[in-house]
Design a protein around this ligand. Structure first.
Ligand SMILES: [Zn+2]
Length: 335
């Protein structure tokens, strides 16, 4: 599927790398900001042809990798920082890479050594009632993600409110945890653009991933979906003409998409509640009720999505853990 062209703006060049694999994120979007030297927002994944694609698009805009002064990574998933090392190598120079402190571990060599997979994740999935054969498939799939990025040894950390300025642009970091703990959006005030990473995407509702590896949490009570919804509120008052997301098409109605996301999560919360009304069930068994058409590769996402909704239901005393398992069983409470 072709995505609608991005609006032509002075000093902001959108580079939409086509992605091969269904279910479709459509593209991985990279943004080159400035008149040079450039700030690059995200890099795209390391897939065949992606480096060449980004270079060609930069060349068309009159730049090369050596014009990049810094790379800002919206969050620590492989499709957003995968090319950072290749870009530096092609530029023949080190380029400062910024990421929020809470996603720093995700881009580290240690995380890659674990092949993006931990025993904790395995235990979690067994607890959710996922059969062993499915867990094995998931392990293989996560291991394959490793090829999509080189780890980043040298990173600088950024935090909420940090500003990056250059000729023709002014970016401010807005920490928007939810999709991941360290996810950030960037607001460019001169042309009123919000770079939203995977916090806002037009054609899908972004996944507030369950945080399984809770050692990395600054707050033990952290809940992904609750954080995600609060992060949406954080964007509400911003002066934004266009949202430039991490995947797919740009968006021209920020308040509209925020309210559609909120409605969606309310509906999904009710679906989860209804699925647990008659009897106690493990999360894995709810997939057929909530996501009847989920592709095999996305079963993990479905489990994660149901779990983060359940966290809120439990928090609001609309559901409870009735058996610690494994598998853990949950039941809706009347309210
Ligand atoms: Zn992504």
């Amino acid at each position: 599927m072709q995505i609608k062209s991005f609006p032509k703006l002075e000093n902001i060049h959108a580079i939409a790398i086509p992605l091969p694999e269904p279910p479709d994120l459509l593209t991985a979007n990279v943004y080159a900001v400035g008149k040079g030297p450039l700030t690059l927002i995200d890099t795209g994944p390391k897939i065949p042809g992606s480096l060449k694609f980004v270079k060609e698009k930069l060349n068309i805009a009159g730049f090369d990798f050596s014009d990049i002064e810094r790379i800002i990574v919206t969050h620590g998933h492989v499709d957003h920082f995968g090319l950072a090392v290749s870009i530096q190598e092609s530029a023949g120079q080190a380029i400062a890479c910024f990421i929020h402190a809470q996603d720093r571990w995700r881009v580290s060599r240690e995380n890659f050594r674990e092949e993006l997979w931990t025993d904790g994740m395995e235990r979690f999935m067994a607890m959710m009632g996922m059969p062993k054969s499915e867990i094995q498939k998931m392990r293989n799939r996560f291991s394959s993600f490793r090829a999509l990025a080189d780890p980043l040894d040298e990173v600088s950390v950024m935090e909420d409110g940090d500003e990056f300025e250059g000729d023709g642009y002014h970016l401010r970091v807005i920490h928007t945890p939810g999709h991941s703990l360290g996810t950030c959006c960037l607001h460019e005030s001169q042309q009123k653009i919000l770079f939203s990473g995977d916090h806002i995407i037009k054609h899908i509702t972004p996944n507030p991933f369950v945080e399984i590896n809770r050692n990395h949490l600054p707050d033990t009570q952290y809940q992904s979906l609750r954080a995600y919804l609060e992060s949406l509120d954080k964007l509400a008052g911003l002066d934004v003409r266009f949202v430039f997301p991490g995947h797919g098409e740009y968006i021209d109605d920020l308040p509209g998409i925020i309210s559609s996301y909120k409605a969606h999560h309310r509906e999904r919360m009710d679906l989860v509640w209804k699925a647990l009304k008659v009897q106690s069930r493990p999360i894995y068994d709810l997939i057929d009720d909530i996501f009847p058409f989920v592709p095999e590769n996305d079963v993990f996402l479905a489990v994660s999505e149901i779990f983060v909704h359940l966290e809120i239901l439990i928090n609001e005393r609309r559901a409870a853990l009735t058996d610690t398992g494994p598998p853990a069983l949950y039941r809706a409470l009347e309210y």
